[in-house]
Design a protein around this ligand. Sequence first.
Ligand code: ATP
Length: 447
Amino acid sequence: MIERDLEDLPTLVSLCKRRGFIFQSSEIYGGLNSCWDYGPLGAQFKFNVKMSWWKEMTRRQDIVGLDAAILMHPTVWKASGHVDGFSDPLVDCTDCKTRFREDHGGQSKDGKLACPNCKSTNLTEPRNFNLMFETYMGPVKDDAGIVYLRPETAQGIFVNFLNVQTSMRKKLPFGIAQIGKSFRNEITPGNFTFRTREFEQMEMQFFVKPGMDDEWFENWKKTRMSYYDRIGLRQEKLRFHPHGEGELAHYAKAAFDVEYNFPIGWQELEGIHNRTDFDLSQHQEFSGKKLEYFDEAAKEKFLPYVIETAVGCDRLCLAVLCDSYREEVRQLENGKEDTRVVLRFKPEFAPIKAAVLPLSKKPQLQELSAKVRDSLIDQWDVEYDEAGSIGKRYRRQDEVGTPLCITVDFDSLEDNAVTVRHRDTMEQDRVNLDQLRGYVAEKLAQF
Ligand code: ATP
């Protein structure tokens, strides 16, 4: 058997569409550039990814959760630097009309900036283009009503720092975790769900005493890498990329990206940043409200430093899909090749944990299969499927990453047992129905 990894994104895009994971947004209208909808299996899968991150964060004693509004007071974005600084310089080519990011342009022979499309140097001056989406609050569309769709979830955490700290009686160091939609009017979105204009972020801001920040920064780097290891991403596909001086964001003292080797190459999956007290001090200044933490033991007040871990939920979903995709190619006896496509993710991510498959559509088998399904559904996402040949049904479940297939056959009516097939080894066990729940729990834990 030869095993192949995912070679390119279009292969995954096609699987995701065919199997109900991800569809192009507004497809019947020709789609909307870089917007994607999660289908039935994708929605469950994405939910599982979020739950994995949420549990990882909020089950710690030193982290609590938050769900802040997308729309915030517009001054938040002045304080955070997004109104003035969150922009890319754009250039238009006056010959072929291509619009491109200044740093994506080419060079002409005389060293001038050139159009990456037609190489012309007849270009407009660079103009800053703010990446924030604007909308209006209330019935009148004037400047006084402008609000922004948040470009990051972090600011909802900063402005709530004292609310959370006092209501939850938290002492430093502690963190606030949040999952939510963010919006950026990206100039060059693309590569499927890798870069979109509407996306979900999973961000955690960890507040520490100044002076403890370097230690916590290192600590979070280790913790996040070991998380990725534990959820099954292959270690050789992960690495750290430190930000050099020129790359550091305006708020950061230090920053490392966790990069994943996608089919499009090494790309950022998560950012880990030492944001210092930049955000809290900006909000303190712009709001006129003190945001200092009172350290009772030392009887001193100060603004905490912040270590941020920020991962895109859609990007992590994409990484998990890419990482778990395998093509298994087998030589058949008749000389032909057979290819089995399988998503080998951990059961915690699988949208369907077990599929119950009656061998045929005979009413007795349907009835017993329904009973089997009902006996598991309170604890696991179980699908019942009777359409098509058993071989095709197995292949469909492999392609959507279902760890276990439970087949109900004619013997089941006699021996009160079913055949359970394992996704990765394709081995089969005969299991008595009285023992099925225990068996499923045990097998799912072994993947
Ligand atoms: P990039 O350099 O790729 O534009 P960034 O460094 O601006 O990203 P952050 O602001 O650190 O990204 O956001 C944290 C995480 O949010 C990123 O690591 C990424 O996983 C995710 N993310 C950011 N922008 C997008 C986007 N347009 N589409 C999907 N996910 C995104």
